[in-house]
Write a protein that binds this ligand. Structure first.
Ligand code: SF4
Ligand code: SF4
Length: 283
């Protein structure tokens, strides 16, 4: 995202909208203006979507690969009051015309080239951070008795993450014998035998985004080891992550709980119950 200094009045109203603090005030000549730090910006689109800029100075320049991956993992879809962008193109509500900022986007960047085309070509998700398997295990049966599902959620608003940090965590996890979830958008660009980013995607290591989820499963007895490895790797990376562990209940108990207790892992148990709207795919 960028700000047109010719239009920006330097009012600063957009600054608090940025979740990673990428918008800063600068004096350009005698006049104050806002600028977006291109290294920090994760292309989430919040600043432009908010409509806070009355000068319509915020615009999206052409965003080629690999920078386009930032939007994919930062919720960077674009929706305007009078027009909607999707990977398929742009549509406007009947009888409405585009706002000036929307026209600027159309004219200056060629919206179909925005990001999603590149992302689809590279087969990196579709603007999603993860899959739904973990929340719908009663239907998918992905995690069986004796297994645990593990999700490692890197980054958060205010911090974000670099893909090189994601790789560091994935490499550590694979050494514990985890199996990556094949449908997850992160798995698409990882070598699942090493956890390293595939050579085809090497250029994303220096890119950053708001958050991404590494999803995998492992034998239940591996949880203690995975936890220790993740504690070590947490010291090596420049962001935060949250660890989710999924375990099938049996007869009202959580089989994993004694192992977690032994490993010194304090848990806060969250549950999601599907009410039978989905037909189980498993016996
Ligand atoms: S809201 Fe618009 S005019 Fe005000 S500082 Fe931000 S970009 Fe500039
Ligand atoms: S696109 Fe998102 S990260 Fe970039 S400047 Fe706007 S609000 Fe900040």
């Amino acid at each position: 995202m960028k700000i047109d200094s010719e239009l920006c009045s330097g009012c600063g109203r957009c600054i608090p909208y940025c979740p990673v603090g990428a918008i800063k005030k600068r004096d350009v000549g005698a006049f104050p203006t806002a600028v977006i730090d291109q290294g920090e910006c994760v292309e989430c689109g919040v600043c432009i979507r908010s409509g806070v800029c009355k000068s319509e100075a915020i615009y999206l320049p052409e965003t080629p690969w690999p920078r386009s991956i930032r939007a994919a993992f930062s919720g960077g879809g674009f929706s305007f009051g009078r027009g909607h962008f999707s990977g398929e193109g742009i549509s406007f509500e009947r009888g409405r015309s585009p706002t000036r900022s929307f026209s600027r986007i159309l004219n200056k960047i060629g919206l179909p080239r925005l990001t999603m085309t590149d992302i689809v070509e590279k087969r990196v998700g579709g603007g999603s951070r993860g899959t739904s398997e973990m929340k719908t295990n009663d239907v998918t049966g992905r995690f069986r008795d004796g297994e645990v599902g593990i999700a490692c959620e890197l980054g958060r608003p205010g911090i974000g993450f670099y893909f090189r940090d994601l790789e560091t965590v994935a490499v550590a996890m694979v050494k514990c014998g985890v199996q990556f979830e094949p449908q997850n958008p992160v798995t698409v660009f990882l070598d699942t035998s090493t956890g390293r980013i595939k050579d085809d995607f090497a250029e994303i290591r220096g890119e950053r985004a708001l958050s991404a989820i590494i999803e995998c499963k492992a034998p239940m007895e591996k949880v203690g080891e995975i936890y220790r490895v993740l504690q070590e790797v947490a010291e090596e990376i420049d962001t935060v992550f949250t660890l989710d562990i999924i375990n099938k209940c049996q007869d009202g108990t959580i089989p994993l709980k004694p192992l977690l207790d032994d490993a010194g892992i304090r848990v806060r148990i969250n549950g999601k119950t599907n009410v039978g709207l989905g037909r189980p795919l498993i016996p």
